[in-house]
Design a binder for this molecule. Sequence first.
Ligand code: MRU
Length: 371
Amino acid sequence: MSPQAGSTPSSEPFSPIRWQDGTLYLLDQTLLPAEETWIRCDTTDLVADAIYRLAVRGAPAIGVAAGYGLVVGLQEEPSGEDLAQRFGAVSAQLRATRPTAVNLAWALDRGQGVFERAQAQDLGPQEVIQRLLKWAEQLHRDDIATNLEIGKNGATLFAEGDRVLTHCNAGTLATAGYGTAIGVIQSSWEEGKVGQVWVDETRPLLQGARLTAWELKRLGIPFRVVTDSSAGALMSRGMVDRIVVGADRIAANGDAANKIGTYTVAVLAHRHDIPFYVAAPLSTIDLGTATGDDIPIEEREAAEITRVLGTTIAPDGADALNLAFDVTPAELITAIITEKGVLKAPFGDSIHRAFESSRKERRLTPRAQES
Ligand code: MRU
């Protein structure tokens, strides 16, 4: 497949991540929708930079990109320093790029397991790298399969003609393909259940106006972009039937971190008695994080707020606080839509059961790539 944007056949979900000619290509999301440019990432520095600058973004997408990033990092110096030392350095560099989305650490931890098992078998460096590549490709395919399940499960919650609001971008661009929240919208749309989507523009980096709108347009789903501050007005006028968003990390009690502004939407939804759904794979649920208070929240440069698309909009020297995410408490979430079904409160219990069912399934169908 050639890395030309728009060249993916419509029967397979478009993916912003490609492994081609022995290296990683990422669609540069900072340039969308004006330009569809692919970045050739053949060094760890390039992969880490792409994740940090949000050229690749969205929790599952950065997990998959980091998985391939481990391969890129080892390929850079396959016969240089001790391979295990090199693996540790590459993994640490990728891990340090973004703190909130747990899928990044999740993928790197799994990659480490694959690496250690391969080393324990005394494989040569090239064989270890091939083992890791196979695993990363499987991670890529699994994410798409997972999202298709999330979409199917989410569609059961929708009713004909629903007007749905979403915040940020939790679509194909934010994953290996198909998306989580947008996957739910697409599945529901295909069943005739979506009348229109309200797309929050999502300040400061405009993932809604630039990316979600780009995706919905490609899919032919009717949408209108609104300012983030329109959400309350739309809800009070009875113009929103349902809300579905993605997540960067969900704590064991169901508190969910997502793009800044999500919490505001959830509070408004509660005030107006509108269902508020979080769509995410189990890999976004971090059982090691007890509550939302324990989720590290990324703080980004002030300039992302004081400058808009290259133009300074605040007075010279104005400082800004740029929190990239906020936490929506579990009590404001109507349901968490996962590949293992629709989870309801009390989330501590339903999350636990979903992981149990996933563990049982894995015991029945072990993955050769991870062994
Ligand atoms: O800063 P971003 O663009 O990486 O933030 C992305 C989001 O907040 C998404 O909603 C989240 O990662 C879910 S993606 C399926």
